[in-house]
Design a protein around this ligand. Structure first.
Ligand code: ZN
Ligand code: ZN
Length: 274
């Protein structure tokens, strides 16, 4: 690959990653924080700690830096594939649709495990401040924090793609769906508002899935709630925050506060008299 081809491919990958980020994180921010923020005030997870403009700029700056690392990994994957080192296949019929669907689900399960253990490793005292502190500068994250990583952490996070593509047959479409799902769930974890219904963390149908409260508590307390998609490793390793269910339930059952005296205007009796 010559320099021109490298730059062309790199800029295409970088643009796709940035557009994906701006669309998903940006829309969540616009819709939940800006348009519905006051109506959803009772669902806001950390009302006592509002991120300021500098916090948000930090999240955006490091996310844009992360895409440089992801872009380089993308180029590496392109070259690896061209040299026949990956198990990426082009024709869905080679393995069929059931395998296509299975490969997306399996990749999500593998990533959940990969994320939990690399995340715990990055919390190891000796390396935390060099690798993971950038992400934890957001003690009350916004959706923009989804990819706010130090370049070293970005390399760790990008590792899931070669891990999967080198070890199991995967179609580019399946990889695309996995990365899309990952971005949605990543933004959900940094949403800052809890939108899931009451009982979600205890229901036999949904207890295994994480919530916005779960990852928000990780940013607040640091030493708990390490999981990404599923609440399984945190249960098995007993790393859920002891108040996780209570904190979630409090938000999920919260009702909008009553309109204040000022917003209602003068009471009817007073109006009649005047
Ligand atoms: Zn962490
Ligand atoms: Zn986070």
């Amino acid at each position: 690959m010559d320099l021109l081809e490298f730059l062309q491919r790199f800029s295409v990958i970088y643009s796709i990653l940035t557009v994906r980020y701006v669309l998903i994180a940006g829309l969540a921010f616009l819709l939940i924080w800006k348009l519905l923020g006051s109506r959803l005030a009772h669902k806001y997870i950390q009302p006592e700690r509002r991120p300021n403009k500098d916090n948000i700029l930090h999240e955006i700056k490091y996310s844009l830096m992360t895409f440089f690392i992801f872009g380089l990994v993308g180029i590496f994957m392109y070259e690896a594939n061209r040299n026949g080192w990956t198990r990426i296949y082009r024709e869905v019929d080679d393995f069929g649709w059931p395998y296509f669907v299975f490969s997306v689900i399996l990749t999500i399960i593998i990533h959940d495990t990969y994320f939990y253990w690399t995340h715990r490793w990055m919390h190891w005292k000796r390396i935390f401040k060099y690798v993971h502190l950038v992400h934890h500068r957001s003690t009350n994250p916004t959706p923009w924090a989804a990819f706010s990583f130090h370049p070293l952490e970005a390399m760790v996070e990008a590792g899931i793609v070669p891990l999967v593509a080198f070890t199991m047959p995967i179609h580019p479409g399946a990889l695309f769906l996995f990365l899309l799902y990952m971005t949605f769930l990543n933004v959900l974890g940094h949403l800052g508002y809890e939108l899931f219904p009451a009982g979600f963390t205890r229901s036999p149908w949904t207890f295994w899935h994480n919530t916005s409260t779960h990852h928000n508590m990780h940013h607040r307390y640091f030493n708990c709630n390490y999981g990404l998609y599923f609440n399984l490793w945190d249960r098995w390793m007993k790393t859920n925050h002891t108040n996780y269910h209570e904190a979630f339930e409090k938000l999920a059952t919260a009702r909008p506060s009553e309109p204040s005296f000022e917003t209602l205007g003068q009471p009817a009796r007073l109006r009649k008299l005047s």
